[in-house]
Design a protein around this ligand. Structure first.
Ligand SMILES: Nc1ncnc2c1ncn2[C@@H]1O[C@H](COP(=O)(O)OP(=O)(O)O)[C@@H](O)[C@H]1O
Ligand SMILES: [Mg+2]
Length: 269
């Protein structure tokens, strides 16, 4: 059965284009609607053909209601496949280094592929890919980024957009996220926040007025801030039409170095 989606007018093309250009850090207290908001954005990215997505989830947030994607449940010893439009759920992976290592491996491959694509395509970018990272403090948190092994994330944040990769990081507290990452990012989706520490960070980011706006938000409402513009977005409740399917071997994989030209032809057509 196919599903006919209507364009969700709460999400503008401009917002989606900015997400592709600058990336997005989505923060707010637990339960303020972050996962819901990012699901709404993700559906529009896919539906309007703006980008492919890969979701890194740690706690079964996406697995029950995102019918547009496939999923792989990653356990400590799972051999993961680099699939198109996929949820990688790490609920059953207990080793945090392993999670981070897996994410970075996937990203590096895509990075390499996208860079090659741009080279072959005369500097043009024809396809885009957005990573969605739940519990982002684990990968771009202050302590996480101190480790040398995580520096690829910083490289990814600062340069990926030039080759068609972008990211949406979801976290509970702005103060848990490394300032190095915050400085490199230009797009924020700020939800309801209560902690003084976080509100102080918001003020440092965009001034008193931004702090005032964030303070009065309700569940489901966010302030989008990109350095000069602020805009309130009231997200609708994400509506699920079914479950994602488990990833099958027959689906298109993106194996690095194999048949690059064939894939380029397929992607561009
Ligand atoms: N836009 C919205 N409208 C109405 N209810 C919402 C909305 N966003 C979230 N909620 C409610 O809040 C709950 C928590 O949302 P969720 O996105 O999981 O929060 P978070 O990821 O910030 O912890 C949801 O289960 C839903 O009931
Ligand atoms: Mg959540």
């Amino acid at each position: 059965m196919s599903i006919y989606y209507f364009i969700n007018t709460a999400i503008s093309n401009d917002l989606l284009k900015e997400v592709l250009k600058t990336g997005l850090i989505c923060v707010g207290s637990k339960g303020c609607g972050k996962t819901n908001a990012v699901k709404v954005i993700t559906r529009e990215l896919l539906h309007r053909g703006f980008a492919d997505v890969k979701v890194f989830d740690l706690a079964l947030n996406w697995l029950f209601d995102f019918e547009q994607l496939t999923f792989q449940l990653v356990e400590d010893d799972t051999i993961i496949v680099n699939a198109k439009n996929c949820i990688y759920d790490f609920t059953l992976t207990y080793d945090h280094n392993q999670i981070n290592y897996t994410m970075q491996r996937l990203m590096r491959r895509d990075y390499h592929d996208k860079a090659q694509m741009k080279l072959v395509c005369d500097g043009q970018i024809y396809t885009r890919l957005v990573y969605i990272v739940e519990e982002a403090q684990n990968v771009i948190g202050s302590s996480a980024l101190r480790g040398k092994e995580n520096h690829f994330w910083l490289k990814a944040i600062s340069t990926s957009r030039n080759i068609g990769l972008s990211y949406i990081f979801i976290g509970q507290r702005l103060s848990d996220i490394s300032t190095k990452a915050v400085e490199r990012c230009n797009g924020y989706l700020l939800g309801k926040m209560t902690g003084d520490n976080d509100l102080r960070k918001v003020k440092a980011l965009g001034g008193k007025e931004l702090r005032r706006q964030v303070k009065q938000l309700e569940v489901g409402s966010f302030i989008y801030y990109n350095g000069d513009k602020t805009e309130q977005i009231d997200f609708p409740l994400f509506e699920s039409y079914g479950r994602p399917k488990p990833y099958l071997e027959t689906q298109p994989t993106v194996e690095m170095g194999s048949g690059l030209f064939a894939r380029i032809k397929e992607w561009i057509k």
